[in-house]
Design a protein around this ligand. Structure first.
Ligand code: CMC
Length: 377
């Protein structure tokens, strides 16, 4: 049966899903029917992960159990630490994360994805261990010792502790935890789709997450958060924003952190991230990057609103991480640490009615050509 070709599969449903929903014209994002703004206000990243994975908010006993399970699986094998130690220190952290996650699967070889209990523990391990890998890599690559997780610290606090060796200011943990909630899930985006294609072959979840990490790395997807901060640094001051935006647009260069396949209004996550910036700045002082970002948003709004191009999630997130002193190339790994919950939720959902992804193509090549011997070419 012939089909229309849709470049980038734009508008083509690849799955039926009850995990999250985006209303791109009203700027609404819900996880399991609950708006992300509400989750940031009342929930935690781990509670939100539970919601995404299991379809409902946990009761108190379930939440305690879930948090305990994740907390007690945060350690990584010394061989994973050794693996990180031998990787080139100038390599990108997303590559280190992808390799370490793929290697992680070798320690937990249960391949039967029909085993519900095994799947639960795989999800626990992946959510628990990604932050440990990211923090370990950040330290080992500069010659510092790896800091093991601390069981007495909550998820966000523990990550910032493993990164810096300091227990963070409570506001930092709160803001960071909200950032994780905002990045935890976003319907059928490129990295989720990449993971679902891999998972549809019944590959194990470590391989699936490694596929998703690879797709998230690119600058059109999660990698945009790094590019945004580099762009804002390059612009330098709010006064430079106008010529810089004009030059970019005239040169047909995209403004990083702007535009979205689904949102035709401002991404609701960008609005929450701006509020988080304010909360952070009230305690820690402002960021010059923020002033530049606001100027860029205003100018871009004037120039691009007819195309429905507004800030997306990547526009303000990096400013928060930068203010916390986190290195720019770690921003996308932070995205992965959160999004792994969404990837796993889609994986569990897909397994219930799995069908191998095997799309079609429209062949545009020739037929019946003859092989020409090399001496006659
Ligand atoms: N700056 C300037 N113009 C843009 C931008 C932008 N950021 N994004 C889209 N456009 C223009 C584009 O030039 C094109 O114009 P025209 O029709 O005149 O040729 C039109 O808008 C449609 O662009 P498109 O690239 O075909 O649209 P898309 O739906 O394929 O792109 C996107 C979505 C996210 C890839 C794109 O907006 C983009 O490249 N943005 C910059 C990178 C970025 O911020 N990515 C993060 C995406 S959201 C979070 C995530 O997934 O991590």
């Amino acid at each position: 049966m012939p089909h229309d070709f849709m470049p980038g599969l734009a508008g083509v449903p690849a799955a039926k899903s009850a995990i999250s929903d985006v209303d791109g014209t009203r700027g609404i994002l819900e996880y399991r029917g609950i708006r992300v703004e509400e989750l940031c206000q009342h929930s935690s990243f781990l509670e939100t992960s539970y919601l995404l994975l299991f379809g409902r908010l946990p009761n108190a006993t379930e939440l305690t159990q879930w948090v305990n399970d994740v907390t007690h699986h945060r350690r990584i094998k010394f061989r994973i630490v050794d693996l990180l130690k031998v990787m080139p220190e100038h390599g990108h952290p997303m590559d280190a994360l992808q390799a370490a996650v793929a290697a992680l699967g070798m320690f937990y070889p249960g391949r039967n994805v029909k085993d519900v209990e095994n799947n639960y523990w795989s999800a626990v391990r992946l959510i628990a261990k990604l932050p440990t890998i990211v923090a370990a890599w950040a330290r080992l690559r500069r010659g510092d010792e790896y800091i093991p997780p601390r069981d007495d610290l909550p998820f966000a606090d523990n990550f910032l502790y493993m990164l810096t060796e300091n227990t963070p200011h409570p506001l930092w943990s709160e803001v960071f935890d909200d950032c994780l909630i905002l990045h935890a899930e976003h319907t059928m985006n490129a990295s989720t789709f990449a993971g679902m294609v891999t998972a549809s072959t019944l590959a194990d979840p470590y391989t699936m997450v490694a596929s998703s990490i690879g797709a998230l790395k690119g600058p059109l997807h999660g990698g945009a958060n790094e590019e945004v901060v580099m762009m804002l640094r390059e612009i330098g001051t709010p006064a430079q924003a106008k010529p810089a935006v004009e030059a970019r647009l005239q040169g047909k260069n995209k403004l990083m952190g702007f535009g979205h396949r689904v949102y035709k209004v401002k991404d609701p996550r960008a609005t929450v991230l701006q509020e988080l910036c304010m909360r952070l700045f009230n305690v820690c002082g402002t960021s010059p990057l923020y002033e530049v970002a606001v100027a860029v948003e205003q100018l871009a709004g004037e120039r691009l609103k007819d195309k429905g191009i507004y800030p997306n999630v990547d526009f303000y997130s990096g400013i928060i991480y930068d203010k916390m002193g986190i290195e720019v190339d770690l921003f996308t790994p932070l995205f992965a640490m959160a999004r792994v919950s969404g990837w796993l939720a889609h994986w569990l959902e897909q397994l219930r009615e799995n069908k191998l992804y095997r799309p079609d193509q429209i062949y545009s090549g020739e037929h019946n050509r003859q092989y020409v011997p090399i001496d006659r070419r």
